[in-house]
Ligand binder design. Structure first.
Ligand code: PMP
Length: 464
């Protein structure tokens, strides 16, 4: 084993990883990257088919972003946002506000609170919403809603609005109480209305929006009980960590209408979906929904730096204005809030994202992805194939006719990812769902390879 792998084994505790399994095998040690590829210490080249956990959109070692960061590095890496402004963060905030308010939105997101990662972006939104509602005199104890299968990060507030038992249940004693709404998972529709047609798995002819009616019922009943809900946290268009589960068209629009009718604030978690991943700059806008809070991270810096932002409206901002001695400030912040290196990477990334070339390339890849991934329907164990923009995923099941999952201990998803890695493609399974989430600079040939190799890996692991 090489020295770096040895050091890793001796000292590093990896996220979301059974370390007993990890310590049995020599890890892949990444030493460099270029565009959609990563190179390991032994000179092996891999395709980065999950954009380094959904963060990298313009490729590794991108000359334009590198240049912007280096220029900034030659000026200063970081100064505190406590009591000081800085150049790239101020410009970035104005660019984010322009991007988040296309045309004439129903609400304008006009203020930007910077933090470090997706979880902190959600924490900020939750705390601001909580206190805004209280200061508006609506209730002393605002109640939050989020969806089945929701994942919003790993800090305690973000976990409180999360609903994946495997990750969250153990910590229930530490969390504040939130209620769960049913989320659409059409492949396993609770009301059994799904009739996926293989070419377009989201045409459900018998669907009568039972899941929306349930949301409506739950919210109105709670209001009648005299303890109405105050805010809904949602992942727009697709739930990522739940297993890449897309929402049917108009689902989010209807949720927003119910929220509006019931005076409920919307917190959009665009940590995964933001910055073009679903086709639009921000996924909520594809459904004509403008939230009260928008949490951004991951691709904001094109995966270069840990940096995040929470955007919100003037009314929210104004609720925290007051005389010094009124103690109305938002008492929250992080050492690296509004970091200059992160801001410069984010600004360069946004410029690339706005370019015609990037938009054209993304649209082309989205079409190619649809063609290629649909070729996998006839493989063994493929239960469902799901797509949303430049996100694709295959759900593997023990029995495609009954949709029966594989026994957990078989670790099918993990084994398929290992088979992919042996063939030079890296992605990270979500249970038995295998995502393909490439950077936008991926070439057609590279995308074709990702899918072809996925087919081989599924065949190797799942064929009887
Ligand atoms: N929200 C969503 C939708 C996510 O997918 C993630 C991370 N996968 C987070 C929040 C948390 O982001 P981070 O890991 O940067 O804290």
């Amino acid at each position: 084993m090489n020295r770096i792998a040895e050091l890793d084994h001796r000292y590093i505790w990896h996220p979301f990883t059974q370390m007993k399994d990890w310590l049995r095998e020599e890890p892949i040690v990444i030493i460099s990257g270029k565009d959609s590829t990563l190179e390991d210490i032994n000179g092996n080249i891999y395709l980065d088919a999950n954009s380094s956990i959904w963060t990298n959109i313009h490729g590794h070692n991108n000359p334009y972003i590198n240049d912007a960061v280096i220029k900034q590095l030659n000026k200063i890496a970081h100064s505190s946002a406590l009591g000081l402004a800085n150049e790239p963060a101020s410009i970035l905030a104005s660019e984010l506000v322009s991007a988040a308010n296309p045309d004439t939105p129903s609400k304008r997101l006009e203020k930007v609170f910077f933090s470090d990662n997706g979880s902190t972006a959600l924490e900020v939104a939750i705390k601001l919403a909580y206190e805004f509602i209280r200061r508006a005199g609506k209730t002393e104890s605002p109640r939050f809603l989020s969806f089945q299968g929701a994942y919003h990060g790993d800090t305690i507030g973000a976990v409180s609005v999360g609903h994946i038992d495997l990750f969250h249940k153990a910590y229930s004693g530490l969390l504040f109480k939130t209620d769960t709404l049913p989320a659409p998972y059409c492949y396993r529709c609770k009301w059994n209305k799904a009739e996926p047609e293989r070419a377009d798995a989201r045409k459900y002819r018998r669907c009568n929006w039972e899941c929306i009616r349930q949301v409506h019922k739950q919210i109105t009943e709670q209001k009648e009980r005299g303890a109405p809900y105050s805010a809904i946290v949602y992942e727009p268009l697709i739930q990522g960590a739940a297993g890449m589960i897309p929402q049917p068209q108009h689902w989010l629009r209807q949720i927003a209408e119910i929220a509006d009718e019931n005076d409920i604030l919307l917190i959009a978690d665009e940590v995964f979906t933001g910055f073009g991943r679903t086709g639009a700059m921000f996924a909520s806008h594809r459904e004509d929904v403008q939230p009260d809070f928008m949490a951004l991270a991951k691709a904001m810096t094109s995966g270069y730096m840990p940096m995040a932002a929470t955007l919100t409206t003037k009314p929210v901002f104004n609720a925290f204005l007051g005389e010094y001695e009124e103690f109305k400030s938002f008492f929250h912040g992080h050492s690296f809030t509004a970091n200059q290196l992160g801001s410069s990477a984010a600004l360069a990334s946004l410029q690339l994202l706005h370019s015609h070339e990037c938009t054209r390339q993304r649209q082309r890849l989205i079409s190619l992805m649809a063609e290629e991934i649909d070729g996998l329907w006839n493989l063994p164990a493929v239960g469902d194939i799901r797509r949303e923009g430049l996100i694709a995923a295959v759900e593997l099941v023990a029995n495609p006719s009954t949709k029966e999952p594989f026994p957990y201990e078989q670790q099918i998803g993990l084994r398929v990812c290992k088979a992919l890695a042996r063939r030079g493609v890296l992605t990270r399974n979500v249970g038995d769902v295998i995502p393909v989430i490439p950077p936008y600079c991926t070439t057609d040939a590279q995308l074709r390879k990702m899918i072809a190799v996925l087919a081989d890996a599924v065949q190797e692991v799942c064929a009887v």
